[in-house]
Every structure is written in structure tokens, then in C-alpha cells.
Write a protein that binds this ligand. Structure first.
Ligand code: WTA
Length: 652
């Protein structure tokens, strides 16, 4: 954790209570109400969660709310039967919500598609029947590699409807990353599109999938949605394996009953970075995840029937799963979905969308806010943002300066800000303000959500004001495991302290009990809100024939929050030229994706190591950040460091 950040945060003492007008209309309208409900939720979780679950549809009621007998393999709503797609769609079809917009979609080039709940239900069922036509059945794993088009939400809901397990792969990942994810869960179908728009260019997604599938014998079929009509994509179409969605779905029915799923049946896998070279397939199951995303959406976004809600994330990340698709739709909300980048065709695009669709709730990432700040106030000032009533952030710590700007320029000092801390693993928001009752402080995620028993502990499990974030007690939205690796699940999350979930974040707790999340304490770097394990990048570097060894560290970055610096030592006789640097940059982009390319690659003869051969990343971080070098007494050869420091500064 950065001392500088800690100091900025420690000095932050501005407070922002919600307006009386906001509080009066909110679901949770006073701190007393929050405290009473919080107490009930932690003292009697069975009763609390049971009442919430009853607001949703179950084919058969559960026998037990939470079963902890085989901890940390917890079970929620044991023996209950339900379907999340049914709860997001069918549940709304016998009320006025039926004719309400579920998704207002805007493509990057500017076209619009509005799907009402009834229309979305029809599309999802057609998609489900198309999957069935390909022989897909309950329990099959389906990889989805789509741009942000309605079919992404539709295909996710279609899988859930028939009990197929979706694994969405963010469309910025490379062919190799798709291959690894497909192979790990042995997916038998990939859903993709011929292309997708990004910053005025069409990305040839199907061609990337083709490349990945050269090494994936488990994949029997590829379903291709058409997006790039006037482009020369895809470059090839394999008879028998590849199917156009518009052809396949032509004669299928738009009625497909929802499969009765057990609460603990797997709903989806989502791969995320950890501290080793191999991404983890995080498992989420049906009942608990559904109840948790439903309730967090309702209270944290204070959802009302008239809201137009926009989460700017990509469905390829957990934020899109929980807060574009499942949570808001389970609440019958209207969601805006946008395909492209915020600065296309200009830096006013997001505010144009807010104005035109009258967005009332806006949820984005701190990295985006910092980019908006840099682009200047003139962009939001061109538009009427008076429809906004609530703002949110997620994905990384927000610096108080960005928070204040967001509040002033976007929220016009009228909108509460919910800074929501959570993870792929937690399924939903864990520490977050509730907008009608929490007095917010810039940079603090504030207080735990209902049912979340959070603490700050030392390594030795002692309570402290600044240490490691810890969660006691299970919660319904929690991950149920890592696909194919139960041991890794236990070791990563439940072994630091018995009975506590360890999220891997540092945190501070102030005198009011507010949590201030300080960032990762492990070798995971958060670049523009995307989690990247440094070990994952290091293993990609050493796969290159010129590289002997590498160490990757995260440093502070003005816009991205954190950026990556790679220190690379080359094999004997190989020179660290500019060409090689470019080649390695491309190598990383091809192996993982462009969004993880390091800011700089520094070649060096050797890396600083302890006498036992462990690379001292701490010292490399000091060099990269230009700070005073920490203790070097354990180094095997301290002269390595001087060479490296000089090299780093010379090339700057
Ligand atoms: C970080 C994203 C500070 C944190 C939903 C966590 C945050 C990781 C916040 C999870 C926040 C997320 N304040 N840090 N409000 N939200 N983080 O799995 O380090 O992509 O462990 O889930 O992002 O990233 P993931």
C-alpha cells in the first residue's frame, strides 16, 4: 500500500450527507433504519435472507437458508428450485413492467434498439431454443465472446434459462486467452459475432475465435451473431461447426420454459487473475447470487420503477454480469447498454447518452472519471445532465480529487455517490454507501452492506485500524469455488485466518467505522479497474525465446490508477533493442490482450534477488516510482540495483 495515498486519505475529512429530498424518497432513508436492518441481517441471517428471497419466484422453496456444515463450501437456499432468467423476465410479464424498456441499447455508430421486458423475454427464449437445437443441455459450458450488443445479455440469459453454464470472455482478450479459458472448462460451444465496433473500427472477433479454436478440440459448434454486415468478416466459415445465429434461429419457437434449477446449480464461471500465472474460473451458483444481486441493486441504486439506469462496464467483467444483466433485470429496471468507447466520436459521448436517454442512475469506474477530468469540463457542460439523481463507482479506489470532481461537475452537487467495494468473487457489492442514508466521505466505500460482517485485521488476526480487509461469515452472493480446483479455493480465500474470507485488499477503518480500501496487498495490479496478476504477465514474457527472466510491477498512473512496468533480462547474446521492445509489447497483446500492455519494458542484465534467488519486486517498484530505495541488505548482489536504477532513469 502506498504511503502517499494513505496520507491523502487520512487527511480527508469532508463529509457529504444526502439531501433531505433524496432521503425522504429512498428505500433506506435513515441511518437508524440501516443500523436496525444491518443488525437483523447479521444476527439472524436466516430470517433476513429468507424474507428477501421470498420477493422472488421459486418453483420450490428452500429447506435451509445457509448450510455451513462443510465450510468453506457453503450452501445457500438449500434444495430450493428457481431460475434466474425466469426472475429477470417472466416474473415481470404479468404486470405493467411487461411493456417497459428492459434494455435501451446504443451501438457505437449510433443506432438504437429498445427491448421491452416482453420483447427481451421473446428474444431470450428464441436464443435458448437455438442453443437446444445445437444439442446444448443443462450443465454444458458455453464460452461467450461478444461485443456489447443486446445478444450478449440475451445469450447470457438464454444459457441461464436452460441451465447451461456461461463463461463470458471480455472481447478485448486475445486468442490465447480464449483458448486457455475454453480448455479449462471444456466448453463445447462458443458464441461470438463476426465483429464489434470499438473507437470507429470493426474488430474481427470471429477471426480471433477461429485462431483460438485451432487448439480446442472440445468445441463442437460456434454460433455467430452478425454485427459487421458491410465488412468482409469473418474470413472463414467452417461448414458443420459454424452457424449464423440469424439462420439457425429462423424457425425456432419463442417459447422455452425455464429449467428448474437447484439453488446450488452452477450459473456461471468468470475467469479472473490471481497471484499465479493461471487465471481462476470463479464459480457462481444460482439461488444465492440471484438474491444477492437483486437486493444490492435495489438498495444501493435505490431503484424506482421510473429510473433509467446506466452501468458503463462491459458484460465481460463481473460488474456487467451483476449490474447490467442480473441485478437490475431481476428488479424490473430499465438499463442503458452502450457498445463503444466514451470518446467516440468525441469526448462528449457519455453525456450525450445521459441527456438523450434521460439517465437517472450512472455507474462507472474511477479510471473513466479521471479521463473525463482530463478531457475537461467543457464536454459535460455541453449537455443537460439534470436527469441524473445518483452516481456510482466501482473497480478501484477512487482518489478524493476525482470524487469531488464527479460530485461537482457530473452530479452538480445534487447526486449522492455510492463508492462500491466488491470483487468477482463476492458476486455483488459488499461495502458501500446506501444513498438515502449514508453520509459519504470522498475515497471511502463507507459501511458494509446487509449481511456483510467486515473487519480490518492484522496478519495475526488482531483487529486494527489499518491492515487487511477480512469478511467474517458467508453471504449469499459469495463464490462457491474455483473451477476444477477446490484446494486453490480454500487456500486462496479461507486459509489466512480460519473462518474469515480474505479478499486480498488492504483497508483502513476510521473512528466512524468507515472502511477505506487501500488496494491490493498481493501481486495483483489494478489497471483501469482490470485485475491483472503480475505472475501471469511474467510467465508470458518468459515464453518468448529471447527472454530469460522477468519481473512485473504496478506503479501509480494518473488515469489508469495503476500501470505496469516490466523488467526483463534477456538470454545471453541478445540485445535489448527498441525493436525487441516493440516485439515484446506485441507478444503480450497477442498472448493476453492489448489492455495489459506495460507502460514500459526495461531490459537489464540481471534482476535484484535475495540470496535465496527470490526477485525483490519491492525494490523494483521503488525504482519505477522514483522513490527512495528500501532496505537492500538481503540482496545477493547490490550492484545490480545501481545499474538498473541508472538505466531506468536514463531511458525516462
Ligand atoms: C478493487 C470488480 C477500492 C479491489 C467489481 C478488489 C476497489 C478488486 C473497489 C476486485 C472500490 C473494486 N474501492 N477498490 N470501490 N471496487 N476494487 O474482481 O482491489 O474485477 O479486490 O471486481 O478491485 O476486482 P474485480
Amino acid at each position: 500500500m502506498e504511503n502517499q495515498d494513505l496520507n491523502t486519505i487520512l487527511e480527508e475529512n469532508r463529509t457529504f450527507p444526502p439531501s433531505q429530498e433524496f432521503s425522504q424518497k429512498a428505500h433506506i432513508s435513515s441511518l437508524e433504519q440501516y443500523q436496525t436492518m444491518y443488525k437483523e441481517s447479521t444476527e439472524n441471517p436466516e430470517k433476513f435472507w429468507s424474507q428477501v428471497a421470498e420477493e422472488l419466484h421459486w418453483f420450490k422453496k428452500w429447506d435451509k437458508v445457509v448450510n455451513s456444515e462443510n465450510a468453506p463450501f457453503f450452501k445457500w437456499f438449500e434444495n430450493g428450485k428457481t431460475n434466474i432468467s425466469y426472475n429477470c423476465l417472466d416474473r415481470h410479464l404479468d404486470s405493467a413492467t411487461k411493456n417497459k424498456a428492459a434494455i435501451i441499447w446504443e451501438g457505437e455508430p449510433g443506432e438504437e434498439r429498445v427491448l421491452t421486458y416482453q420483447g427481451l423475454a421473446r428474444e431470450v427464449q428464441r436464443f435458448s431454443n437455438s442453443l437446444k437445437k445445437l444439442g446444448i443441455k443443462k450443465g454444458d459450458r458455453i464460452a461467450i465472446y461478444l461485443p456489447m450488443i443486446p445478444e450478449l445479455a440475451i445469450s447470457v440469459l438464454a444459457c441461464a434459462r436452460i441451465g447451461a453454464i456461461h463463461s463470458v470472455i471480455f472481447a478485448g482478450f486475445s486468442a490465447d486467452s480464449i483458448r486457455d479459458r475454453v480448455l479449462d472448462c471444456e466448453a463445447n460451444l462458443v458464441i461470438t459475432a463476426d465483429g464489434g465496433w470499438r473507437r470507429g473500427k470493426m474488430l474481427a472477433l470471429k477471426n480471433i475465435v477461429d485462431q483460438a479454436l485451432e487448439e480446442c478440440p472440445c468445441v463442437k459448434d460456434v454460433l455467430v451473431v452478425r454485427r459487421s454486415e458491410h465488412h468482409n468478416f469473418p474470413h472463414s466459415f467452417q461448414e458443420g461447426r459454424d452457424h449464423w445465429y440469424h439462420d439457425l434461429s429462423q424457425d425456432v419457437s419463442d417459447k422455452c420454459p425455464a429449467e428448474e434449477m437447484d439453488s446450488e446449480d452452477m450459473l456461471f464461471l468468470l475467469y479472473t487473475s490471481g497471484t499465479t500465472g493461471k487465471p481462476k474460473g470463479i464459480i457462481h451458483t444460482t439461488g444465492g447470487y440471484m438474491v444477492y444481486t437483486y437486493l444490492t441493486s435495489k438498495y444501493v441504486f435505490d431503484l424506482k420503477p421510473t429510473d433509467i439506469y446506466w452501468c458503463t462496464a462491459d458484460i465481460g467483467w463481473v460488474t456487467g454480469h451483476s449490474y447490467i444483466v442480473y441485478g437490475p433485470l431481476a428488479n424490473g429496471a430499465t438499463c442503458v447498454m452502450y457498445e463503444g468507447t466514451p470518446n467516440w466520436p468525441d469526448e462528449g459521448r457519455f453525456w450525450n447518452i445521459v441527456q438523450r436517454h434521460q439517465v437517472s442512475i450512472f455507474y462507472t469506474a474511477p479510471t473513466a472519471i479521471r479521463a473525463f477530468m482530463k478531457w475537461g469540463d467543457k464536454w459535460p457542460e455541453k449537455y443537460d445532465l439534470s436527469s441524473l439523481r445518483l452516481l456510482g463507482t466501482v473497480g478501484e479506489p477512487i482518489n478524493p480529487e476525482a470524487w469531488i470532481w464527479y460530485n461537482k461537475v457530473i452530479g452538480q452537487e445534487r447526486c449522492p455517490i455510492v463508492d462500491t467495494w466488491w470483487q468477482t468473487e463476492t458476486g455483488g457489492m459488499m461495502i458501500t454507501p446506501l444513498p438515502g442514508c449514508t453520509v459519504t466521505k470522498p475515497g471511502s466505500a463507507s459501511l458494509p452492506f446487509f449481511g456483510v460482517d467486515a473487519d480490518v485485521l492484522t496478519e495475526n488476526k488482531e483487529p486494527t485500524n489499518a491492515g487487511l480487509l477480512a469478511i467474517k461469515k458467508p453471504w449469499p452472493g459469495m463464490l462457491r469455488g474455483i473451477y476444477g480446483d477446490p484446494e486453490r479455493y480454500k487456500n486462496t480465500y479461507w486459509s489466512k485466518w480460519p473462518e474469515y474470507y480474505f479478499p486480498g485488499d488492504g483497508a483502513k477503518r476510521d473512528k466512524d467505522g468507515y472502511f477505506w480500501i487501500l488496494g491490493r496487498v498481493d501481486d495483483v495490479v489494478n489497471v483501469s479497474g482490470h485485475r491483472i496478476g503480475t505472475a501471469e504477465l511474467e510467465s508470458v514474457f518468459v515464453e518468448h525465446s529471447s527472454v530469460a527472466e522477468s519481473a512485473v510491477v504496478g506503479i501509480k498512473h494518473e488515469i489508469k490508477g495503476q500501470g505496469l512496468i516490466a523488467f526483463v533480462s534477456l538470454k545471453r547474446g541478445i540485445e535489448g533493442t527498441k525493436d525487441l521492445e516493440q516485439e515484446l509489447t506485441k507478444w503480450v497483446a497477442n498472448k493476453i490482450g492489448k489492455f495489459v500492455v506495460p507502460e514500459r519494458i526495461v531490459f537489464s542484465a540481471d534482476l535484484p534477488k535475495t540470496r535465496s534467488g527470490k526477485i525483490m519486486r519491492r525494490l523494483l517498484r521503488d525504482i519505477a516510482e522514483g522513490s527512495t530505495l528500501g532496505s537492500v541488505t538481503t540482496l545477493a548482489d547490490p550492484s545490480v540495483l545501481d545499474d538498473l536504477k541508472k538505466k531506468y532513469e536514463d531511458e525516462d
